[in-house]
Write a protein that binds this ligand. Structure first.
Ligand code: AMP
Ligand code: ZN
Length: 498
């Protein structure tokens, strides 16, 4: 039996505030652009949540056999905290701090990002363009907007003229719901306040001050592109003037994506995107995880257990599973308890995964009601994923299948299903878990042996300490560290991380 046949997917479109039937512009091709990281520091778990949400969405579309072109950029220039003060250029600032070239900063943190994404088993994008690699395309787009009279030059910088755009029928604020009157009346940025006609105008190009080391030639002198422009230029280049899905975290709705819509419409006379999708935030202690406030946890700190928040290490797969248990549009709070619970659930699910892979199907007497129940549960997994990618409900259904699988295995009687249903069960269960959710089977057998062996050494070290044989205790600790096992002494005894 093939996959569930009804492939009508409904996507919550942030632009309309409604779930809409997904109709790709050129089905079965799907073009999707996700705003990538700004690589001036390590990505934190909050960033990872957004990238993993879109990874699951892309995986599901591929699973349904859509031909996906997935573009995720690297922001390696121009992302300022305001409209142009060099002190606020994150790359310049960080390169001074670390005494490295800005491009060394970019390279260092891009490597970290890629490494973490790989550990999370996230699919790489089809194209990963960088802002600095597309200066020409950005300049061309600015020229088009200037020709249309929707931007103006001021002191070597170019600003988008929001008022003019509105006069010509534009709807700045359509995505974020911001009130344009308020935006126009808003206070001006400290830098460049004399340059802009209106407070709501935003930079397409900024003139570089003499100290600004990230600079490129342009028809308007040396400068650098505005942050919003890079995504418009690269989206257009690789996905066309209008493409299917644009994603990012909710915090990017304004001004970033609002500006992208205005730029796209101004340059190409059409809305750049059909479906805008925004993931919700990962919080820590109830507050948004964010680089600027320092309320963050780094993925590698979590994988190694080397942090003050968690009492043990968690594998990337468990963290991924934890994230999937919340819908991408819901806030998710990070806590040690929630992760421990996720780990338990993950192990239970993967034990059934292993079991279902090992059983041999022997034809038996089919119980019709049972057969139908399994088919309905499998169908429902697709229905939930088709409903704006509802991963928590799909996981709940998979757990119902876990109970069924365990019962059949106990009774050694998968034979009460027709072979067709058994195949459908395998296809759905394996497909959802490994292909769509990207969860990998950790070899629980081996890791159990490893856990137990390390525990024996921890006990022996404790005994050595008790006998005041500190030399031996230290030797155990040091040799374990050499072998890649770090011990951590805490209130509740010694734990370890690999
Ligand atoms: P940045 O590197 O700051 O450009 O952010 C990269 C991505 O991470 C963007 O899509 C942000 O919306 C997203 N992001 C930032 N903080 C969080 C958070 N706490 N939870 C989820 N996504 C986040
Ligand atoms: Zn972007």
């Amino acid at each position: 039996m093939a996959k569930f046949e009804d492939q009508s997917i409904y996507i919550y479109n942030s632009l309309t505030g409604k779930k809409e039937l997904f109709e790709p512009i050129n089905s079965p091709h799907v073009g999707i652009y996700v705003c990538g990281p700004t690589v001036y520091s390590n990505v934190h778990l909050g960033n990872c949540r957004t990238f993993l949400s879109f990874d699951t969405i892309i995986r599901y579309l591929k699973f349904l056999e859509f031909k996906v072109r997935y573009v995720r950029n690297i922001t390696d220039a121009g992302h300022l905290t305001d409209d142009g003060n060099v002190e606020n250029d994150r790359f310049v600032k960080q390169s001074r701090l670390e005494k490295l070239e800005p491009m060394e900063i970019v390279q260092k943190y891009s490597i970290y990002f890629h490494d973490i994404m790989k550990q999370f088993n996230a699919l790489p994008p089809s194209i990963e363009p960088t802002a600095t690699g597309h200066i020409i395309e950005q300049i061309e787009m600015i020229q088009t907007i200037l020709q249309k009279g929707l931007a103006y030059e001021s002191n070597g910088s170019i600003y988008f003229d929001v008022q003019r755009y509105m006069e010509e029928g534009g709807a700045y604020g359509e995505l974020s719901g911001r009130d344009i009157e308020e935006l126009m009346a808003g206070s001006r940025d400290l830098d460049g306040q004399d340059e802009k006609k209106n407070a709501s105008d935003f930079a397409l190009w900024k003139k570089a001050s003499p100290q600004h080391i990230m600079r490129w030639n342009s028809p308007w002198g040396e400068g650098f592109p505005g942050w919003h422009l890079e995504c418009s230029a690269m989206g257009k280049k690789y996905l066309g003037n209008q493409f299917d899905i644009h994603g990012g975290g909710m915090d990017l709705k304004f001004p970033h994506h609002e500006c992208e819509i205005a730029q796209g419409k101004a340059a190409n006379n059409c809305a750049p995107v059909k479906y805008w999708m925004h993931g919700n935030m990962l919080t820590l202690n109830g507050k948004r995880m964010s680089k600027s406030t320092g309320n963050t946890l780094l993925p590698d700190e979590l994988f190694s257990g080397n942090n003050d928040l968690m009492d043990k290490a968690y594998s990337p797969t468990v963290v991924r599973f934890f994230m999937l248990q919340a819908h991408y549009r819901s806030v998710l709070d990070f806590s040690s308890d929630a992760l421990t619970a996720a780990e338990k659930g993950y192990k239970k699910m993967m034990a059934a995964f292993e079991l279902l892979g090992k059983v041999e199907f022997i034809e038996g007497v089919v119980i019709q009601s049972e057969d139908k129940e399994i088919r309905d549960l499998c169908d429902s997994c697709y229905k939930e994923m088709n409903d704006d990618f509802n991963t928590p409900k799909t996981i709940a259904l998979l757990f119902e299948l876990v109970s069924k699988i365990n019962t059949y295995a106990d009774k050694k009687s998968f034979g009460q299903l027709s072979s067709e249903t058994f195949n459908y069960l395998q296809e759905t269960f394996f497909g959802m878990i490994s292909e769509v959710f990207g969860l990998e089977l950790e070899s629980t057998g081996d890791s159990d042996i490893l856990d137990k062996s390390i525990q024996i050494l921890i006990d022996m070290r404790a005994q050595a300490k008790q006998e005041r044989n500190f030399e031996m205790a230290d030797q155990i600790r040091d040799r374990l560290l050499e072998a890649g096992v770090q011990l951590k002494d805490g209130k509740e005894g010694t734990t370890f991380s690999l």
